[in-house]
Design a protein around this ligand. Structure first.
Ligand code: 13P
Length: 350
């Protein structure tokens, strides 16, 4: 492990005004996305779609890194250039999803634990050789009747820390993603309670396993009311509860917190991030984005699998990237959305 190199990469990923594009949908997930626009999910279609975002003119002003799926890390652009090189040449850092998905947790009906630790050391060595400089592992915490269980909290926290330690050993910056799902009828207070608990356990596990905090990023949910809750917290309430929660649990040594969008509308995901960055309260880390759906939904809708729509799809993607870049400074306003394409709700991101 080279701590200086890890810290430099982690800080570059949260450089001012920039955030991360999560384009690491697994094959089943991207198939569902393509089904929603009536496009067959072939390797070429997946390449064309991702390439149009990677090559969107000027995106490097707003995008610091892209999380890829295994297939994309090995894929060439239409002109034969490796997609990893397309990104690196633009100064965009390539990353890789390394978990093998959230699977049912034995003995805990309705709960999930993320798999993929077996053989991870070898896979990370290969990914580093292919050009990946950071990685992602997503753990899923569900709020519901009797959930989360202690087993769900502890098994996921432990796995996240094992993954993070292995990444750093391989010279790869781990993005540690404990996602408390926003689905459900729960209140914002319950979301805060569960997010507090998982963060406490995750940072305990990271400490015990010797993870170098300066060389990692945290990718959490925002603290919000469940989507089906009868009363929805305001943007200001979400911003205050989210920042308060992270102030209590995330050491100042961590360079950045890069939120997932979690199924929020494009505008709301941006508005929440902007409100957090506008708060007058101590924030020792950068507050940024690592959005999948909230960066891609409008582009997917504009593209529809047709080469003629490439430019419109790039513009839709760049618009969201620009809005989220403004949110990094707390200066986003809804007036920036005038005339923009709005993305449809998409199936959950893995
Ligand atoms: P969403 O922003 O669509 O939630 O996806 C981010 C992600 O990478 C989830 O793992």
């Amino acid at each position: 492990m080279n701590p200086t190199q890890l810290a430099t990469t982690a800080r570059a990923l949260v450089a001012p005004g920039k955030g991360i594009l999560a384009a690491d949908e697994s094959s089943p997930t991207i198939k569902k996305r393509f089904d929603s626009i009536g496009v067959e999910s072939t390797a070429d279609a997946r390449r064309d779609y991702r390439e149009l975002m990677f090559r969107a003119p000027g995106s490097q002003e707003f995008i610091s890194g892209v999380i890829l799926y295994d297939e994309t890390l090995r894929q060439n652009a239409k002109d034969g250039t490796p997609l990893v090189k397309v990104l690196s040449d633009l100064g965009i850092i390539p990353g890789i999803k390394v978990d093998m998905g959230a699977k049912p947790l034995a003995g805990c009906s309705g709960e999930l634990v993320t798999e993929g630790l077996d053989g991870l050391r070898d896979r990370l060595a290969e990914y580093a050789a292919l050009g990946a400089r950071f990685a992602k592992w997503r753990a899923v915490i569900t709020i519901g009747e009797g959930m989360p269980s202690q087993a769900c909290y502890t098994t996921n926290a432990h796995a996240l820390a094992r993954y993070a330690a292995l990444c750093q050993e391989a010279g790869i910056v781990p993005i540690v993603e404990p996602e408390v799902l926003m689905d459900g009828k729960h209140s914002i207070a319950r979301s805060e309670e569960v997010t507090n608990e998982i963060l406490h356990l995750v940072f305990g596990a990271l400490y015990r396993q010797g993870v170098y905090l300066e060389g990692m990023l945290l990718k959490p949910n925002m603290v919000m009311s469940g989507y089906e809750a009868s009363s929805q917290a305001s943007v200001q309430e979400v911003a205050e509860a989210t920042v308060r929660t992270f102030q209590r649990h995330v050491p100042a040594a961590v360079p950045g917190i890069v939120f997932l969008s979690g199924g929020q509308s494009d505008e709301l995901a941006t508005e929440h991030l902007s409100a957090m960055n506008a708060l007058k309260t101590p924030r020792p880390w950068e507050l940024s984005f690592s959005y999948g759906r909230a960066l891609q939904a409008a582009a997917l809708k504009a593209w529809k699998g047709k080469p003629d729509n490439t430019k419109a799809a790039q513009e839709a993607y760049l618009h969201r990237a620009r809005c989220n870049s403004a949110a990094r400074y707390g200066t986003y306003t809804r007036s920036m959305e005038a005339g923009a394409t709005r993305g449809d709700k998409l199936v959950s991101q893995d």
